[in-house]
Design a protein around this ligand. Structure first.
Ligand SMILES: C[S@@+](CC[C@H](N)C(=O)[O-])C[C@H]1O[C@@H](n2cnc3c(N)ncnc32)[C@H](O)[C@@H]1O
Length: 134
């Protein structure tokens, strides 16, 4: 769905905008996290204006402390070093099979399953592998 929206002619500028658009078009539920309160205020305002506050929530939090273990898909638009720093938590805490989508930045030495170029954006895809011994 992220890819479908990113490839739409009317481009979206942020992952938070994409979450609002996907909620409006497809009824998805999403939680967005950013440490910057201004981004959270803007995103929640956008959700309210589009009538999807019951579907998407944006909260100010530090990703390195937040609990995201129940997510079925994690989408990231961070920075290269933050992706790499977050990687051990993603692998340890997300359920095997959870999909991870990153806008623009890879995960260092963890090769993506797919890398797509869409409208000048690079999208990377991974799936959390089974835990060792399971
Ligand atoms: C490249 S910007 C992307 C912004 C926005 N997420 C978007 O989709 O357009 C990177 C974002 O990462 C956020 N960020 C940096 N460190 C963070 C952390 N520890 N926890 C949560 N967000 C963080 C910054 O506040 C910034 O908004």
């Amino acid at each position: 769905m992220l890819i479908k929206i990113l490839s739409a002619p009317k481009s979206c500028t942020t992952l938070f905008t994409i979450a609002v658009t996907a909620a409006k078009r497809f009824g998805i539920r999403a939680t967005g996290i950013d440490i910057d309160p201004q981004r959270i205020a803007e995103a929640n305002d956008n959700a309210r204006r589009n009538g999807v506050s019951h579907l998407v929530q944006f909260r100010q939090d530090d990703l390195f402390k937040a609990n995201f273990s129940e997510a079925s898909v994690v989408t990231l638009y961070l920075l290269p070093d933050l992706n790499v720093k977050l990687r051990p938590r993603l692998l340890a805490e997300l359920k095997p099979g959870t999909r991870i989508v990153s806008h623009q930045f890879d995960m260092g030495t963890w090769p993506p399953e797919r890398k797509l170029e869409l409208n000048g954006r690079t999208i990377y895809l991974w799936t959390v592998p089974p835990r060792q011994g399971s």
